[in-house]
Design a protein around this ligand. Structure first.
Ligand code: C2O
Length: 531
């Protein structure tokens, strides 16, 4: 293992990823931000220089932060914000979570404004089960994209006059690029049309594509015209290969697929079709939900692809036909078809069973908010995070912090997400790779609903289907404060968040590094206000 050091400067700049100029927040002037790529077991050090006018924090999505819970990046929970104009050093081990991960800001909604990047932990050749199964690899970061910064979007979304519907993206990006039809751009913005990402592929090669959905909200159905995809990894878990035509990927999730370039020498569209069915109604907006990149076979020349997707509307049909991809993107791949290559038994017996009911309603100031068991999370005080409050064993938490303690080491925790009256939500648990043991429509019924008990899928972000349920299990063996939240970033703001204090006694006995503790001493900058 080596110590890998990265230097990041965080700034605000004007940029036009899809040809439409807007302010974005960037690390080292790049969108997507710099890729972190290390080997199994390496230590990562990231020296952050916060050159913004406001605080920030970073989260390492996919890492379990074992022994390093205070670097997990959730303000109010496990770290204090990095004040503007200061430096902070993240330093953590990568344990054994090899695979395709990502990093993003976890402060306010900064990741929607640009603070995202890939985080790849490469396996050692002796341990890599797919060594030799592919020749080359590419990382593909997919995201929805908004022409307005989150500030004004949130102002509309969180106002009592709002319909309660989340902001609708204007576009989507593949590796930070896409085109936009300037005739549709919102008045007052400059538009130059943008360009698409181009992937240069050699014929008869096998490419591992590491696909990351860094959306604020949108799920995507990923495909490459006339090619099949062999799915080999989900959120860092190597899988028994599964051949698919297209791959649904929700916000926060990652997959690796192997694609073989054994088709005719020409160029093909890579498609990321947005799950329009799980967004608010896009009628009357300027969103074109089909996001494209080009796959160019060597020898085919620099011409635009002419390939067609799986859905071609019938021009003679009288009724409008909806691309089935717009619905397919909203659900995870069939759970019962995805099994880890390295088999693990189902976690049992269950010691804590937690039922979490997801709901939305207007609060007393008429703002639409999300609730888990009737509690809407409001974040607590960022400068007195839960991990600090836990130093006092008898501290009493605010209801709105939605704290649950997991006191006993190695207890098996089961969470049943009951979403029987709502739209889809990709739920992410920090600090763990959980087993997904159930996912279905309707209400979960103990003993009746079918569970996936044989070598269940392990991941860190799973979709709770529309009008349905998802059941996950994990073992409480990682002392820390771990957020559990919907990865639709708008829903984080409206309260679809809770937190576990896992093994509070062990956590209390761990020594907080001095520079981490110091961060909490500064307090908020003058006239600071969280959303
Ligand atoms: Cu990727 Cu708490 O998030």
């Amino acid at each position: 293992p080596r110590n890998r050091i990265f230097f990041w400067k965080v700034t605000t700049t004007n940029m036009a990823p899809d040809g439409v100029m807007r302010p974005v927040i960037l690390v080292n002037e790049k969108y997507p931000g710099p890729k972190i790529e290390v080997n199994r077991g390496d230590f990562i050090t990231v020296v952050v220089e916060n050159a913004l006018d406001f605080p920030t924090t970073f989260h390492w999505h996919g890492l379990t932060m074992r022994d390093d819970p205070w670097y997990d990046g959730v303000p109010g929970q496990n770290q204090c914000p990095i004040p503007p104009g200061t430096n902070f050093t993240y330093a953590f081990g990568t344990d054994d979570v090899v695979g395709t991960h990502w990093w993003h800001a976890h402060f306010d909604n900064q990741y929607i404004d640009g603070l995202v990047g890939s985080l790849i932990i490469r396996d050692t050749p002796e341990k890599d089960p797919f060594l030799g199964a592919y020749d080359e690899e590419r990382t593909i970061l997919i995201s929805d994209w908004y022409h307005n910064p989150t500030g004004p979007l949130l102002q509309t979304y969180l106002s009592p006059q709002s319909s309660g519907m989340e902001p609708i993206p204007n576009n989507g990006l593949i590796n930070g690029k896409h085109t936009f039809d300037c005739s549709k751009v919102q008045a007052g913005l400059t538009c130059t049309g943008g360009e698409r990402t181009v992937f240069h592929f050699l014929p008869n090669q096998r490419y591992r594509l590491r696909i990351i959905n860094s959306s604020a909200a949108a799920a995507f159905l990923f495909s490459i015209d006339e090619h099949q995809l062999q799915v080999i990894e989900a959120d860092g878990t190597d899988l028994n290969p599964l051949l698919v035509d297209s791959l649904p990927i929700n916000a926060g999730q990652r997959y690796s697929v192997i694609v073989t370039t054994n088709q005719e020498i020409k160029n093909y569209w890579m498609r990321a079709e947005m799950g329009v069915e799980c967004l608010p109604d896009i009628k009357g907006t300027n969103l074109d939900p089909i996001v494209l990149a080009e796959v160019r076979y060597q020898g085919a020349g620099a011409v635009a692809p002419t390939s067609v997707g799986r859905f071609v509307p019938d021009p003679k049909a009288k009724e409008t036909q909806v691309n089935p991809a717009f619905a397919a993107a909203c659900q995870d791949l069939d759970l019962f078809q995805l099994h880890p290559l390295r088999s693990e038994p189902i976690l049992e017996p269950i010691t804590n069973s937690i039922l979490l009911r997801i709901s939305f309603k207007r609060d007393e100031s008429e703002v639409m908010r999300g609730y888990l068991n009737g509690i809407t999370f409001t974040g607590g005080n960022p400068w007195v995070p839960t991990i600090v409050q836990n130093l006092n064993a008898s501290h009493e938490y605010e209801v709105s912090q939605h704290v649950m303690k997991l006191e006993k080491r190695d207890s098996i925790v089961q969470i049943i997400f009951d979403n029987s009256r709502g739209g889809e939500h990709p739920f992410h648990l920090h600090g763990h790779v959980f087993q997904v043991v159930g996912q279905g429509h309707g209400v979960y019924e103990e003993g009746k609903s079918v569970l996936n008990t044989i070598n269940p899928l392990r991941r860190d972000t799973a979709t709770v289907p529309k009008n349905g349920y998802t059941v996950i299990r994990f073992k409480a063996d990682n002392p820390g404060v771990w957020a559990l939240h919907c990865h639709i970033e708008w829903h984080v703001t409206t309260g679809l968040v809770m937190q576990f204090i896992e093994l509070p006694d062990e956590l209390r006995a761990m020594k907080i590094p001095a520079h981490v503790a110091k961060l909490c001493e500064t307090g908020p900058p003058n006239d600071f206000k969280m959303h």
